[in-house]
Design a binder for this molecule. Structure first.
Ligand code: FES
Length: 119
């Protein structure tokens, strides 16, 4: 079924990837349409913390409670939140954090790559 909700662009800082996300839709749900392997999807209700991101630009709306065990008040003040619990209200630029970094570190040389393995 076609989604008629207005969409805004979400940009991932580390890779430069963009995806459309509907107003009222979670950042995580929109992100999954990128088709990138390994994007962590856990509880999808703000409880497990695997979808941690930091909002760098733009505004989001809270879609549900975020576990304080995974996003402290201090982190929240710095823009951290859980992608499954917030949706964009305008264009958003975000940075993936925590367990979200690994799947975004592949395929983009020079961008968020893990350190080289040495013997
Ligand atoms: S998927 Fe569990 S907190 Fe977002």
């Amino acid at each position: 079924m076609f989604d008629f909700r207005p969409k805004v662009q979400v940009t991932i800082e580390q890779t430069g990837e963009c995806y459309p996300c509907a107003v009222g839709e979670s950042l995580l749900k929109g992100m999954l349409r990128l088709g990138r392997k390994g994007i962590p999807v856990g509880c999808v209700n703000g409880g497990c913390g695997v979808c941690k991101v930091r909002i760098l630009q733009g505004k989001t709306e809270v879609l549900g409670p975020v576990s304080r065990a995974h996003v402290t008040e201090s982190e929240e003040a710095q823009g951290y939140t859980l992608a499954c619990r917030v949706g964009p209200t305008c264009e958003v630029k975000l940075e993936v954090a925590g367990k979200m970094i690994k799947p975004f570190s592949k395929g983009f040389p020079g961008q968020a790559t893990p350190p080289a393995i040495t013997k």
